[in-house]
Design a protein around this ligand. Structure first.
Ligand code: ADP
Ligand code: ADP
Ligand code: MG
Length: 501
């Protein structure tokens, strides 16, 4: 096994990977940007080295800088987490060239799966259903494209071959809007990914997003660790995930799981990956894409399978066999994850910045919090505004929902606007409780709006505005933020179940 592993990431995922490394007796090495000096991921590591610079481009995206640090400090392997360099095949190759193990699939597989057109072709070849569409040629003219769109039938989704993170997608409902949308999509894709290639898909109305966790080792074994339902999305980005999916029967689960494994086997997949599908209203499923990394929402899989996915990644990267077989894996109970963001749901989910004056996540049976922040953390414009992930496990879905609502109501994060109230409203919605989910759930049920017009609803306890204002003033003006944990304790106690500002 490795002796020293560097984590090329920040925030909650770096903290989470550090925990497994240390539990396995491996030295955890952090890297950090200037704004992240003193951040939890840096403090919890065994060694930490600065990446001079502020922006992601100057720091966490600088593969050469990170590899240089790894070589100077005797690092055996690099864990890329998610985002940043995790799906960068050049980085995976550069690690190999520097004799450092990249914890993830091979550079070839990362490159192929990073191109959604190639990925689709490979999955078709493996007999997996894909969304009907067109990915003919790179230099198609607007007229040619619009003929293809007509053949598919509106609504049509224009997607970027290199797309990711919900970026570079456009829905077109009418033929007369197509040409302009295709032009804009190409420009957007070029700007965001440096690759303007686009392809077309039939736009499936109100589908579910259901994905399968897969794992392969270097000995030819491939398994899946069941599904995650991730239909609750804003701007094509997930905010609530759960396992099992309320939509899958054992038969459908087996069919989709087998398809995911078959395709992974066909491409020689190793390490952790996620095969994403959309599931339409008549239970037909279509392959969307493969994410060649640990997924943000991996904890729900960990909770229902009782496996540590980062540990499995390390074992596989070190050349060992998978620590589980398909037959040994079980889906036990129900897990839900909520992504806690510093953002304003009532203003189109605009990111919120500021200082976290009071931060106290809930503690309770089968409640897990993966945090990248602490009291006094600066929530800046430099990085993704996800503060933490809150995960609960219970015997069934109803129990998990009720536990999650409890946990959200006991999640204290003051100083920035958070989506905690919004998440409560979603979980309390009768259609959510009934498991009637789809990717437009939030828009269709106008969750933000009804929540706003009715005021704090859903049993949430109204904060005392004056009390919060006093707490903020006290926290900001008086104590060095590092010791804020002791200081405003009384304010928190007096406030009771106050909500977030
Ligand atoms: P997915 O829909 O692919 O599962 P996630 O929501 O799990 O994506 O996102 C994983 C992380 O990676 C997020 O922080 C997301 O913002 C980031 N991310 C994914 N793709 C990209 C990309 N192409 N460019 C920048 N960030 C990305
Ligand atoms: P990304 O790489 O940005 O994650 P995906 O292809 O995984 O891109 O799509 C992101 C989300 O967009 C999906 O979870 C789904 O909500 C929606 N989506 C993608 N393709 C389609 C489609 N053909 N029809 C309807 N919705 C889609
Ligand atoms: Mg996706």
């Amino acid at each position: 096994m490795f002796k020293k592993v560097l984590i090329a990431n920040r925030g909650e995922i770096a903290v989470r990977i550090t925990a497994t490394l240390q539990q396995m007796g491996i030295t955890a090495v952090a890297v950090y940007s200037e704004p992240d000096r003193g951040a939890p991921h840096m403090l919890c590591a065994d060694e930490a080295y600065p990446l001079e610079g502020k922006t992601s481009a100057e720091t966490y995206l600088r593969g050469a800088k990170i590899i240089d640090i790894a070589r100077r400090h005797g690092v055996d392997a690099i864990h890329p987490g998610f985002g940043f360099l995790s799906e960068n095949d050049d980085f995976a190759q550069a690690c190999a060239d520097a004799d450092i193990v990249f914890i993830g699939p091979s550079p070839n597989v990362i490159r192929d799966m990073g191109d959604k057109i190639i990925a689709k072709q490979k999955f078709v070849a493996a007999g997996v259903p894909v969304v009907p569409g067109w990915s003919g040629k790179d230099d198609a003219t607007a007229a040619e494209l619009s003929i293809e769109a007509q053949k598919i039938g509106y609504p049509v989704l224009i997607k970027a071959a290199a797309g990711g993170g919900g970026k570079g997608m456009r829905v077109v409902h009418r033929a007369e809007d197509f040409a302009a949308a295709a032009d804009a999509a190409k420009r957007e894709a070029n700007a965001a990914f440096g690759d303007g290639r686009i392809f077309l898909e039939k736009y499936i109305t109100s589908p579910r997003h259901v994905e399968f966790q897969i794992f392969g080792d270097t000995h030819g074994n491939v398994v899946h660790l069941f599904e995650r339902e991730c239909s609750i999305q804003r701007r094509h980005q997930k905010i609530i995930e759960e396992s099992p999916s309320p939509a899958l029967t054992p038969e459908l689960r087996k069919k989709m799981g087998d398809a995911a494994v078959r395709a992974a086997r066909a491409i020689g997949y190793t390490n952790a990956g996620t095969v994403e599908f959309i599931l339409d209203q008549s239970d037909k499923f279509y392959f969307l894409e493969v994410n060649t990394r640990l997924q943000v929402e991996h904890p729900v899989t960990e909770m229902v399978t009782h496996q540590d996915l980062v540990r499995a990644q390390l074992l596989i990267a070190a050349g060992e066999k998978l620590p589980f077989t398909q037959e040994s894996l079980r889906q036990d109970g129900h897990a839900i994850e909520c992504r806690i963001y510093a953002e304003d749901a009532s203003r189109n989910f605009m990111p919120s910045t500021g200082t976290l004056l009071q931060y106290r996540p809930p503690v309770g049976p089968s409640v897990r919090v993966d945090s990248g922040v602490t009291n006094g953390s600066e929530i800046s414009v430099y990085y993704d505004p996800m503060l933490a992930k809150l995960i609960v496990h219970d015997v069934d879905r109803e129990g998990a929902i009720s536990k999650m609502i409890w946990a959200l109501r006991h999640f204290v994060a003051m100083g920035v606007t958070t989506n905690i109230e919004y998440l409560c409203a979603v979980l309390n919605h009768p259609q959510f409780r009934a498991g009637k989910l789809h990717t437009h759930f939030l828009e269709e049920h106008r969750i933000g709006e009804s929540n706003k017009s009715k005021g704090p609803s859903n049993g949430a306890i109204v904060p005392d505005e004056a009390l919060i204002a006093a707490a903020l003033a006290a926290g900001a003006g008086r104590v060095p933020l590092r010791s804020a944990a002791n200081e405003p304790e009384t304010i928190w106690q007096r406030a009771g179940h106050w909500r977030n500002v």
